[in-house]
Design a protein around this ligand. Structure first.
Ligand code: UDX
Ligand code: ADP
Length: 468
């Protein structure tokens, strides 16, 4: 049998991965109908409006160019599944909060519910593609669920096609990916399914960048890529502590180290710590996998990457307290940036949340600003989605509409996200509105330290010795 030509794609899950990925597929493949479905009506309504549910540079143009032509957003999950030849499963797979593997393993409940739905609704054969990051061997359990629940005559081929886009640069990453990875069973039908999906990407991705491998290699490669990227950040952050203690400068060290072509210059920026929905989750997944495979030393090795990240966040928060003469009780502290990195409104695992909690525990007053994150989202984060009562913290937190407003009267200004606009603030005006001494804590090494010092600020950064 020859590979089928994909004409209709359904994507289950209209989130940070499914939305941009399938919008780009629609834009690049006008001959393919792409329907993105989600159970969350509010999210689908937003995708169908002028106000998309996620902020991502370039996404508006892509969606508006294809929506209503060959790109559709719908809550009718069953219809989307029934009509498609190929289904991307792009649902959330958060870290489990309870039960076996709590705190480490991925919660595959959403993925399994979506898989069951595919089995129940399908009346024709489908290619089912796991897009969400999943533990190794998830494809196997998806196959078991599909086969156990399918109708006669319906067959399912399962592919792993992990997404490597980074938020904030999702559209350019999708337009020109370093690679597209497709894993399949090495059977005739598995290889055919792989060829069908490769053809979709070949509409805009050079063939040599489309890598086809076995299912398990594909699943593990995604975890491995994220673990190794996160490991670079924890390594540079560990070195930043040494720099602070010795007088070396972490940017200079990173530059010198990155000049070695075997190391390379990217992903060596010291920071308040990494955030985002992937790094921590995927490493914890790898730790859980290693432990399940009776490889405790391997588990310990990867776990240290997350532990170093936790240490970096609390080390930075403690540094603020120490510098402000060992107490911040009642002091106003401005936090600039709530998203986990610039150019996104996503706050999942954002270091700002841990740092704000640390300051609240010290009874500081917080004044927060982020150009993209909504006030509602900041409250969800501060209350851990309702698990912590909001009333006791409410009097201590204000959320402002500009950086300048947030900094008014602040005894310390703490940069947590590297938004470009923070570089060009009117720092003289901000200084004029701050009590003395006025401190800036640059958790992203992004500001012009000398300029701020010449204005009068005392500047404390990650990875450099104090010297104000
Ligand atoms: C990451 C991977 O890069 C991507 O390939 C994968 O598909 C999903 O996970 P993302 O989490 O969106 O993407 O953003 P990324 O740019 O990797 O940044 C993650 C975190 O690391 C951010 O908090 C960022 O600020 C931080 N970071 C990144 C650093 O602290 N220093 C660096 O040098 C790079
Ligand atoms: P990611 O960052 O991986 O894209 P998100 O949480 O942003 O994760 O998106 C996942 C989406 O999947 C959510 O909008 C959620 O409503 C949706 N979803 C979860 N389970 C199902 C399901 N069974 N059917 C349809 N959509 C689902």
């Amino acid at each position: 049998m020859a590979p089928i030509q994909v004409k209709k794609i359904c994507c289950i899950g209209a989130g940070y991965v499914g939305g941009p990925t399938c919008a780009v597929i629609a834009a690049k493949c006008p001959h393919i109908q792409v329907t993105i479905v989600d159970l969350n009506k509010q999210r689908i309504d937003a995708w169908n409006s002028d106000n998309l549910p996620i902020y991502e540079p370039g996404l508006d143009e892509v969606v508006k160019g294809a929506r209503g032509k060959n790109l559709f957003f719908s809550t009718d999950v069953d219809k989307g599944i029934a009509e498609a030849d190929l289904i991307f499963v792009s649902v959330n797979t958060p870290t489990k909060k309870s039960g076996i593997g709590a705190g480490f393993a991925a919660d595959l409940n959403y993925l399994q519910l979506a898989t069951r739905r595919i089995a129940e609704v399908s009346t024709t054969s489908k290619i089912v593609v796991e897009k969400s990051t999943v533990p190794c061997k998830t494809a196997e359990s998806m196959r078991t669920i599909l086969e156990a629940n399918s109708k006669p005559g319906c067959t399912f081929d399962i592919l792993s096609n992990p997404e490597f886009l980074a938020e904030g640069t999702a559209i350019s990453d999708l337009f020109a990916p370093d690679r597209v990875l497709i894993g399949s069973l090495q059977t005739e039908s598995g290889l055919n399914a792989c060829a069908s999906l490769s053809e979709v990407y070949a509409n805009w991705v050079p063939r040599e960048r489309i890598l086809t491998v076995g299912l398990w290699s594909s699943e593990l490669s995604k975890l491995a890529a994220n673990a190794m990227l996160a490991q670079r950040i924890s390594s540079i952050n560990a070195l930043s502590a040494i720099c602070e203690a010795t007088g070396a400068n972490i940017d200079e060290v990173a530059f010198a180290v990155g000049k070695d072509s075997r190391v390379g210059p990217k992903f060596l920026k010291a920071s308040v710590g990494f955030g985002g929905s992937c790094f921590q989750k995927d490493i914890l997944n790898l730790v859980y996998l290693s432990e399940s495979l009776h490889l405790p030393e391997v588990a310990k090795y990867w776990k240290a990457v997350v532990e170093m990240n936790e240490h970096q966040k609390s080390r930075f928060a403690r540094k603020v307290v120490d510098t402000l003469f060992n107490t911040i009780t009642g002091k106003k502290i401005a936090i600039l940036g709530w998203a986990f990195k610039k150019d996104t409104g996503d706050t999942r695992e954002s270091p700002s949340i841990s740092i704000a909690n640390h300051f609240l525990n010290e009874k500081a007053r917080l004044s927060l600003y982020d150009p993209q994150v909504t006030e509602e989202q900041i409250w969800l984060d501060l209350t851990d989605y309702g698990a912590i009562p909001a009333e006791p913290i409410k009097p201590h937190v204000t959320i402002q509409q500009s950086a300048e407003e947030a900094c008014k009267g602040a005894e310390a200004i703490v940069i947590c996200t590297e938004w470009d606009e923070f570089k060009t603030l009117d720092w003289e005006k901000i200084y004029a509105n701050c009590p003395r001494p006025a401190f800036v804590f640059d958790g992203r090494l992004m500001l012009d330290r000398k300029k701020l010092q010449s204005i009068g600020f005392r500047v404390v950064t990650i990875g450099t010795a104090d010297g104000y």
